[in-house]
Write a protein that binds this ligand. Structure first.
Ligand SMILES: NC(=O)c1ccc[n+]([C@@H]2O[C@H](COP(=O)([O-])OP(=O)(O)OC[C@H]3O[C@@H](n4cnc5c(N)ncnc54)[C@H](OP(=O)(O)O)[C@@H]3O)[C@@H](O)[C@H]2O)c1
Length: 293
């Protein structure tokens, strides 16, 4: 549908946004669903975030995605938060409802759907590497879904410990512990069903930097999930596949967080296969993908 005078706006607010996959994925979804909506990415410096949110209100935007580095800062400009956004303390999706801007977080949903699709179930014991936004979504969602034991491994140990304390506070039934990044991980991995890389290690343009762990630490039967989606096959995923381990890759989470956002904006089921096709096409055109040939 060609944009016209009645076209509704969905915006992406972030910095940077130039390589974002979401415009390709969401515009494909709007086209497939025959919706008169357009998704546009806006590079918003931190000091302009409040003005950008006021702009969403003034322009009557249908909603927005919020990405790095604004997912936490945006909370102060919104009228209401969903329970998921409140739990995670971060918003990646904004929906205008009766003139009010409501903040949601679809990252945890995306993570869970990716695991369910890849494995058909959610593991009950996991090692999570990282303690940033993606790690919080993964740890809190696994704990919410009934995980019995979680180990958080992070380069900055205090941040890992803070995430563990949060998991314990919200989900006292989950045994959570923090470890420093290093050889201690090997022991934790031996007792786990799942490893989640929620650090940015392996991400383009640093894809070939030192790996997160020694591949010999990956025990037989471990499921390896990497939230990094560029490149699609990270060094960690390559190492896991070389050992015959089941893997879940980052673009699955990206797809399902986007599908859930689409449903929140439109009230319609997301055209997931069309979104997947657009996402894979956009990822194949990324600089990281081209470099790897
Ligand atoms: N697939 C998806 O839909 C999806 C969604 C969200 C994020 N992601 C991906 O997940 C990754 C993390 O995102 P985020 O939003 O959580 O970022 P973030 O909040 O900035 O957190 C980054 C994490 O990576 C760790 N880290 C960074 N460089 C490291 C290094 N060289 N060695 C060891 N640890 C390192 C940081 O450790 P410190 O605490 O020590 O700094 C921190 O735990 C990114 O690659 C992002 O693209 C994917």
């Amino acid at each position: 549908m060609v944009p016209g005078a009645s076209t509704g706006l969905v915006a992406l607010l972030g910095d940077p946004v130039a390589h974002s996959i979401s415009p390709a994925m969401q515009n494909a979804a709007f086209r497939t669903a025959g919706l008169d909506l357009v998704y546009l990415a806006f590079r918003v410096p931190a000091e302009e975030l409040g003005a950008a949110v006021a702009g969403l209100r003034a322009l009557g935007a249908v909603g927005a995605n919020v990405t790095v580095p604004h997912k936490v800062a945006v909370l102060q400009w919104l009228d209401e938060l969903s329970p998921e956004a409140r739990l995670l303390g971060a918003v990646n999706t904004v929906v205008r409802e009766k003139g009010r801007l409501v903040g949601h977080n679809t990252d945890a949903y995306g993570f869970r759907r990716a695991l369910e699709e890849g494995l058909g179930r959610l593991p009950r014991t996991a090692v999570i590497a990282g303690a940033g936004g993606a790690a919080r979504a993964a740890a809190l969602e696994l704990a919410r879904a009934g995980a019995a034991r979680l180990t958080v491994v992070n380069r900055t140990p205090e941040r890992g410990q803070a995430l563990v304390e949060e998991v314990r506070r919200h989900f006292p039934g989950c045994r959570a512990e923090a470890l420093p990044l290093g050889v201690e991980m090997a022991e934790a991995l031996r007792g786990a069903e799942l490893l989640v890389n929620a650090t940015s290690v392996g991400m383009w343009p640093h894809s070939e930097e030192p790996p997160l762990l020694d591949p010999d630490w990956l025990p037989p039967g471990l499921v390896v999930c990497d939230l990094v989606y560029n490149p699609r096959e990270t060094a960690l995923i390559r190492a896991a596949r070389a050992r015959g381990l089941p893997t879940v890759t980052g673009e699955q989470m990206l797809l399902y967080q986007g599908a859930r956002a689409f449903e929140l904006w439109t009230g319609q089921p997301a055209p997931v296969e069309e979104m997947r096709r657009a996402l894979l096409e956009a990822l194949a055109a990324w600089p990281g993908a081209r470099e790897r040939g």
